[in-house]
Design a protein around this ligand. Structure first.
Ligand SMILES: CC(C)(COP(=O)(O)OP(=O)(O)OC[C@H]1O[C@@H](n2cnc3c(N)ncnc32)[C@H](O)[C@@H]1OP(=O)(O)O)[C@@H](O)C(=O)NCCC(=O)NCCS
Length: 340
């Protein structure tokens, strides 16, 4: 049975069943990743940025005669943002290769088409069944990043302390749990705009926020989804401007593994040891702010050699390819309809 599904009004049993399926998928496809918890899972699935919409469907077994709900076998959602629909689909490992994944994608693709969107993008993790699946559906790989994972038990904390202070005079570092203070939001947004025009082919499935109001909205959205942001800033003392920033989020759903988001050093402030220092300071701060944390994961374009080098020095180990695939919605609908 497949039906449209709204996580805001879903029963607790459905949320729990979705969690079971998600963890079965992780155990099968990414066995090194920590299992997810139910904390803030509903909010994670329901909350979106202003102007965005997420539409979801679930596939589940028939309810049993005693009325208890059937197990959730699959889930798909599409996030409509800008001019693209971003798709996520999962099928329980015990229910795969029966056409369910294709059926779920077909539902979502029809809706995206009806809504007038041109293309669908999806994140595909290397060395998982999703590669063969999306290729079979005609999706094309458009962008590749490498995920790196840092095991905090391997960190030399005293060496890291020297890195955290090893930047040139004229700057100071600030740690801001929760996000940048409002007094710095304008200069923070200007620093983030530095990476906007890189034009490296990224489909922007995880768009950053470049203007102050969008940045505030984005931080609010993170908090509502149960994702705690931490920021380390390098401030240029003479101008008071943000010269560099690094962002980490600790998700309530997997609080032992944090996500490293953007790290940016503004062009004119490069070459002063800021990138290493802000990342090192962040790890030191997280060690006391989030004592349960065991790992940090990050994603970098393979062309971004400077960042890959800093990450390697800090102890991040390359883990998997993390790809963005895209497809024209009309073509996808046509192909899936032809499959029947
Ligand atoms: C990708 C996924 C959705 C596929 O679901 P599914 O129900 O097995 O897909 P389908 O049965 O509709 O497969 C359709 C076609 O895709 C291709 N395909 C699917 N799985 C494949 C695999 N493991 N290897 C190669 N091709 C595959 C085949 O061509 C298949 O047709 P066939 O079975 O007639 O040969 C499922 O494996 C899944 O949930 N993966 C995890 C996705 C995810 O979100 N992961 C996040 C953490 S990694």
């Amino acid at each position: 049975m497949v039906r449209e599904w709204d996580p805001r009004t879903a029963s607790s049993a459905e949320i729990a069943s979705l969690l079971d399926t998600l963890n079965a998928v992780l155990a099968a496809d990414l066995p090194q990743d920590p299992p997810w918890r139910e904390t803030f899972l509903r909010e994670y699935l329901a909350e979106v940025m202003p102007g965005e919409r997420r539409i979801s469907w679930i596939a589940h077994e028939e309810d049993s005669p005693d009325g208890s709900p059937g197990r959730l076998l699959g889930h798909v959602h599409v996030l409509l943002l800008g001019d693209i629909g971003v798709l996520e689909v999962m099928v329980h490992p015990g229910a795969r290769r029966n056409g369910l994944g294709s059926r779920l994608v077909r539902l979502a693709a029809h809706r995206v088409y009806q809504e007038g969107f041109q293309s669908i993008g999806v994140e595909v993790v290397g060395d998982t069944p999703a590669v063969g699946f999306y290729s079979a559906l005609g999706f094309v790989r458009e962008y590749v990043e490498t995920r790196g994972v840092l095991d905090l038990s391997t960190v030399d904390w005293s060496a890291l302390s020297s890195v955290a202070t090893g930047f040139d005079p004229g700057y100071r570092l600030e740690f801001h749990p929760g996000g940048p203070p409002d007094s710095l939001i304008e200069t923070y947004a200007r620093a983030k705009a530095e990476v906007r025009d890189v034009g490296d082919g990224d489909l922007e499935l995880r768009p950053s926020s470049y203007d102050p109001q969008r940045l505030r909205d984005s931080l609010d959205c993170l908090h509502r989804r149960g994702m705690q942001p931490y920021i380390v800033l390098a401030i240029h003392e003479a101008s008071g401007e943000v010269a560099g920033l690094t962002e980490v989020v600790v998700p309530a759903q997997h609080p032992t593994r944090a996500d490293q988001y953007d790290t940016i050093v503004v062009g004119e402030h490069r070459g002063h040891g800021i990138d290493r220092a802000i990342k090192a300071r962040m790890l030191l701060e997280l060690r006391s702010a989030e004592p349960q944390l065991a790992e940090v994961q990050t994603w970098n374009a393979q062309a971004n050699e400077a960042m890959l080098k800093v990450n390697a020095e800090l102890g991040f180990r390359p883990d998997r390819d993390w790809c963005e695939y895209g497809v024209d919605v009309g073509e996808l609908v046509h192909r899936l309809d032809a499959l029947g």
